[in-house]
Design a binder for this molecule. Structure first.
Ligand SMILES: [Zn+2]
Length: 318
């Protein structure tokens, strides 16, 4: 077995590429580049090629030393054909990574989605180490999840299983980016909280989050955290409301799948402990008594690296 693999976490804002030691899960070296999706798919491919070459040079390794290139992308993937079918957040459609990278590297390429690779990372070396039956839920710009059963990711008939963000929590609710109404993502994501706060500020509500806001810039998880620390009424109210919806979605998952463990991660969970604590307390209270008694909750442990570490193990799927 070759010692190293390249793991790539391809997200809407950044492309994180890492050289991973497959024995220890250690990230030896990493390169971060901005996605800039408006410049097109070929620009993303160019940045991936550059990142891999940079890592090989920095670590003084040859292509023969690398067992695989694993990519996790924020979108719908055809794993068998190594093709990103549709990724609105990346503005990529029908992009075949094997074909694109083949002229540059003689290394096998594997594709998965972004939550899947984070779940594999957490299972191998993070919060779910030693557990083969869990659900990973990531809350950030959107809400995504991956279901792991007997150590394997459940992908579903069309490869899209785990879309917890589009579980409908309000039949006549807010419009979601997917076109449906009342999806969990429209209530419990960082973007949903951001919209609630901005809407209230426009109506003249007072909030200390104004101390951190810069014109034209988005509200970040860290600004939400600082405002809650200062017991800001508006921000606390919006985050509590999001936790209410997220816990409802999680309780449904607990009742439906009955996992041993739920791992929660992503920017909002990492930065705002208040949100995490509220969510898990309410999720337990809303679940059926038998699964509620046994369910365990943990925060994701690998931070920004869970995806790249997991991507280095996509090759084990086949
Ligand atoms: Zn939706």
């Amino acid at each position: 077995m070759k010692k190293y693999a390249i793991g790539i976490d391809l997200g809407g804002t950044k492309i994180l590429t890492a050289l991973v030691d497959r024995q220890t899960g250690e990230v030896i070296e990493h390169v971060k580049k901005k996605t800039k999706k408006e410049k097109g798919a070929q620009n993303i491919i160019r940045k991936i090629i550059e990142s891999i070459n940079e890592l090989l040079v920095t670590c003084n390794l040859k292509q023969e030393d690398i067992s695989s290139i694993g990519i996790g992308a924020a979108g719908q993937t055809d794993r068998e054909n190594c093709t990103l079918i549709a990724a609105p957040n990346l503005d990529c459609y029908n992009l075949n990574f094997q074909k694109e990278l083949c002229p540059h590297f003689n290394i096998p390429v594997f594709l998965g989605n972004d939550v899947e690779i984070a779940a594999i990372g957490e299972m191998k070396f993070g919060a779910a180490k030693g557990c083969d039956d869990f659900v990973c839920i990531f809350v950030g710009t959107g809400v995504g999840s991956a279901i792991v059963k007997e150590g394997k990711i459940i992908t579903g008939a069309t490869g899209t299983a785990g879309e917890i963000g589009h579980v409908i929590v309000d039949l006549n609710g807010r419009q979601c980016a997917c076109g449906a109404h009342g999806c969990l993502e429209a209530y419990a994501s960082r973007s949903a909280i951001e919209k609630r706060i901005e809407g209230a500020l426009k109506k003249g509500r007072k909030s200390c989050i104004l101390d951190y806001l810069e014109p034209g810039k988005a509200i970040t998880s860290s600004m939400i955290h600082k405002s809650i620390e200062r017991e800001d009424e508006l921000v606390t109210q919006c985050v509590t409301e999001a936790a209410e919806y997220l816990s409802g979605g999680i309780a449904s998952i607990i009742n439906f799948i009955n996992p041993k463990l739920i791992v929660l991660g992503g920017g909002l969970i990492n930065a705002v402990d208040f949100f995490y604590q509220k969510t898990i307390k309410k999720a337990r209270a809303k679940s059926l008594p038998v699964p509620a008694e046994k369910i365990e909750f943990k925060k994701a442990a690998l931070g920004d690296f869970s995806g790249v570490i997991g991507a280095a193990f996509l090759e084990d799927r086949s």
